[in-house]
Ligand binder design. Structure first.
Ligand SMILES: *Cc1c(COP(=O)(O)O)cnc(C)c1O
Length: 412
């Protein structure tokens, strides 16, 4: 990797390391190990080999010719991160951190997960590299995300049900931090997005920057007007944008979950919405907070974008204007999934379809010799239990009912 990374404790006013005293030592240790690994050609060679053999990198970039023709404007290109092993970009970060954990001599991995995507990626790399794995997941999320719990357990991870607070992602993060405070001597906390206390935002960005670096190669000769990515915590977007941040072009567009529309609790629009600066879970950024300063519940049709905070670097880049923010409604997202499935034979993850939805609006406003690049952060197979009951409700529910009936009949 010829690129020299830049590390920051703070991104403007955002970021930092607002943690309990007990977590300073493991974060210091992690930062030192990360910097030394990124300067070690042997580590980078091994990372590149695992990226190639196990993840399947480089992932392709598709010229979406049919979609471009129908929309009648800019040429749409789709970076197919969904073709990475496990079906999404999260594996890039999981692979980087597990190699780092092994280099640090750690013997056990812990992680938090919300919808379960990061838990699946972590469980997969733990299986591959032979680490015992504990994934903290809210009780509510476990109940509604059974397919991902199934996969984590299939990979051999222990999924621990978190019963405190709202029993969702933020409670799972708290539980993972609590575990780590007592276990860091032999345990690595494999955090899932470009947020949390320093050095996690830098580290996750660097391990995801492989996406953007491939895009640089894959767009040579194209006149790229804009790059578009969905933003949950911000890991796929910051990795996709990374090589372009210090330049003035192309436009970098982050797409947040517009959910059911305006109103607190109806969406997860932070940068373009009602979020306020705050310090939550170890870092300063924009968060959706209620009047008491408590983290607000959010909604999105996509399980991966309904996070109340945003990575500190994106918060800063939003403030400086380098990254523009847009949002897509749940209904526009479903339409985008259908549009790319029918016209390109590619099923976007619901998260990634937020970027697709914005591209569908933007492309017709631009000339035909310009390019738009969408990051398809994941493929949509994982969403079948959500999207099928929206797109073809009756046959899908009928199918589920018959499955249960057949199973119950077999038990008798
Ligand atoms: C988790 C997830 C996201 C959102 O997370 P970021 O950290 O913002 O990238 C987006 N797309 C997919 C497919 C995901 O699984």
């Amino acid at each position: 990797m010829p690129v020299k990374p830049v590390y920051n404790d703070f991104f403007g006013p955002f970021g930092g390391r607002y943690v309990a005293e007990v977590l300073r030592a493991p974060l210091d240790e992690l930062e030192a190990a990360f910097k030394s690994a990124m300067a070690d050609p042997a580590f980078l060679d091994e990372l590149a080999l695992v990226q190639k053999e196990y993840i399947g990198r480089p992932t392709p970039m598709l010229h979406a010719r049919n979609a471009s023709k129908i929309l009648g404007g800019a040429q749409i290109y789709v970076k197919l991160e969904g073709l990475a092993n496990t079906g999404a970009h999260k594996i890039n970060n999981a692979v980087g951190q597990i190699l780092l954990a092994r280099r640090m001599g750690k013997k056990r991995i812990i992680a938090e997960t919300g919808a379960g995507q990061h838990g699946v990626a972590t469980a997969a790399v733990c299986a591959k590299f032979g680490f015992p794995c504990t994934v903290y997941m809210g009780e509510v999320d476990i109940a509604r995300q059974r397919p991902n719990v199934y996969l984590m357990e299939l990979y051999g991870a222990q999924v621990v049900s978190v019963k405190s607070g709202s029993r969702t992602l933020k409670d799972a993060v708290n539980e993972a931090l609590r575990d780590w405070a007592g276990s860091f001597a032999d345990t690595h906390y494999l955090l899932g997005s470009a947020l949390g206390p320093s050095p996690f935002p830098d580290m996750v960005r660097e391990f995801q920057a492989v996406i953007g670096r491939e895009v640089v190669e894959q767009t040579r000769g194209l006149d790229v007007a804009a790059m578009i990515a969905c933003v949950g915590g911000g890991s796929n977007s910051i990795g996709f944008f990374e090589p372009f941040i210090d330049a003035k072009t192309p436009r970098l567009i982050g797409v947040e979950a517009g959910g059911r529309g305006p109103g607190l609790g109806e969406n997860a629009v932070r940068m373009g919405g009602d979020a306020r600066p705050g310090v939550v879970q170890g870092y300063k950024s924009y968060f959706l907070l209620d009047d008491d300063g408590q983290v607000q519940d959010t909604h999105s049709v996509s399980a991966g974008l309904d996070y109340a905070g945003i990575g500190p670097q994106l918060a800063y880049l939003g403030q400086t204007g380098r990254v523009e923010f847009a949002s897509a409604l749940d209904t526009e997202v479903i339409d985008a999934v259908k549009f790319f499935a029918r016209n390109e034979g590619v099923v976007f993850a619901l998260e990634s379809a937020h970027a697709g939805a914005v591209a569908i609006k933007l492309a017709p406003t631009l000339p035909k010799d310009k390019a738009l690049v969408i990051n398809m952060s994941g493929r949509g197979d994982k969403d079948i239990f959500i999207s099928a009951k929206i797109i073809t409700p009756e046959p899908w529910i009928g199918f589920l009912r018959r499955e249960v009936e057949t199973y119950d009949a077999g038990k008798k």
